[in-house]
Ligand binder design. Structure first.
Ligand SMILES: *Cc1c(COP(=O)(O)O)cnc(C)c1O
Length: 394
């Protein structure tokens, strides 16, 4: 049975200048990877994040691939990253010929835990003349790749310190957290380089798209170079290394500009939805509401609750099905990568909460246009699911 959900998990809000800017692309014939909207979109994201440089890419995964390359990740290197994430960053590590090592998340906000990263480095790695090396694999550890999941920042104070102490590059996967803050600074400005995604389900969308931001001019230049087939001469078509065709088109960037104009408004709506969910749900027994760290400002990209197995049974799937029967689309978190078919052979360390979060977490509808009726219906549906599971057959 696949009836379309009356209340979808998250859909884009395209109510600004999108159509007008698209028309401009067609009328001016700037439809491909060169054009004024690409420059404007890069400038808007750069300004918002407060970074010196921005390079648009065709999606967030491509942005991560190139960001890792310019951050110095080479074939045979290792990158420390969380297991509890969408698969893209681990794939990007693999595209670079490197290997992910999955390190556990903390229990409060479900983000990569700096203490666990330190513990891994201290207990499983050794210092060499050129940096830190994994004792088991003999491979160099090159970078830390925190993923700010669900609109909330990782503990960047802690991770910056680890990166500094162990001389590792700090590459932020901020694809789910454009618009979030940490220590009053925008997420994406806290590491050495950061990536955003503008896929259809992200906080703002270009249909598909991504962005690399950094303060380092050499990294930005190299990112642009690698994303444009490493072309050194536009007339003679000379190339000095193997590059990629990763550029964003002017059409996509046009949508991006219109979306960026509304980023503050969109983030405010998301936070309002989160506040309203909190007020209506009031954390009844069996349901833990998402937390926000005191020094963080989450976008609540997807409002994700944790269902207690003493009330809801062994996982969130029964609640998901019950809500689905009511036309409400919800979603569990991703299968942790350290137990996945794709990346399960990689080394993992202190992934203590990932499986539990995977079984118990449920993301609730979080579209900007959800509206109060929609929100009340979700809350009602969730409480009904809870009652149904507590007293089956009634
Ligand atoms: C969406 C996402 C990406 C990449 O996004 P695409 O634009 O779809 O390639 C990367 N990492 C995380 C955590 C994501 O959620």
């Amino acid at each position: 049975m696949s009836t379309q959900s009356e209340i979808p998990l998250s859909v884009p809000s395209l109510l600004g200048n999108e159509l007008e800017y698209l028309r401009e692309c067609i009328e001016t014939n700037f439809v491909s990877s060169v054009g004024p909207f690409v420059d404007r979109f890069e400038a808007m994201v750069r300004a918002w994040v407060g970074c010196r440089y921005a390079v648009a890419t065709m999606n967030g995964t491509a942005a991560l691939h190139v960001a890792l390359l310019v951050a110095g990740v080479r074939p045979g290197d290792e990158v420390l990253m969380p297991s509890l994430t969408f698969v893209a960053p681990a794939n990007a590590v693999s595209y670079a010929g490197a290997h992910p090592v999955f390190v556990g998340v903390e229990q409060s906000y479900w983000q990569l835990d700096p203490q666990r990263v330190v513990d891994f480095l201290e207990s499983h790695c050794r210092r060499t003349t050129s940096g830190w090396e994994n004792r088991l694999s003999g491979r160099p550890i090159r970078a830390i790749l925190p993923v700010h999941i669900l609109g909330h920042s990782a503990d960047m104070r802690g991770l910056r310190k680890v990166a500094r102490d162990y001389q590792l590059a700090l590459v932020e996967d901020a694809t789910e957290s454009l618009g979030a803050y940490y220590d009053e600074r925008p997420v994406g400005s806290l590491g050495d380089i950061a990536c955003f995604s503008f896929n259809g389900n992200k906080i703002i969308t270009t249909g598909g798209g991504g962005m690399i931001v950094t303060d380092r001019v050499d990294w930005a230049d190299r990112a642009r170079h690698l994303s444009t087939q490493a072309k050194t001469d536009p007339v003679e078509y000379k190339h000095d290394e193997i590059g990629y065709n990763y550029r964003l088109t002017n059409i996509q960037a046009a949508i991006g500009c219109a979306q960026m104009e509304r980023l503050d408004e969109i983030v405010a709506s998301k936070r309002q939805i989160a506040a309203r969910y909190g007020a209506l749900l009031k954390e009844p027994p069996g349901i833990r509401l998402p937390r926000e760290a005191p020094n963080a400002r989450s976008t609540f990209w997807l409002y994700t609750v944790l269902l207690d197995d003493t009330v809801f049974g062994k996982d969130s799937r029964a609640a998901m099905k019950s809500l689905s029967r009511r036309g409400i689309q919800t979603r569990p978190l991703w299968e942790p990568l350290h137990v996945s078919r794709a990346h399960g052979r990689a080394q993992s360390f202190a992934c203590d909460y990932e499986l539990e979060l995977y079984h118990r977490a449920l993301s609730l509808p979080s579209s900007v246009d959800l509206g109060d009726d929609g929100l009340q219906a979700v809350v009602h549906g969730l409480m009904a699911a809870r009652a149904e599971i507590l007293a089956p057959g009634i």
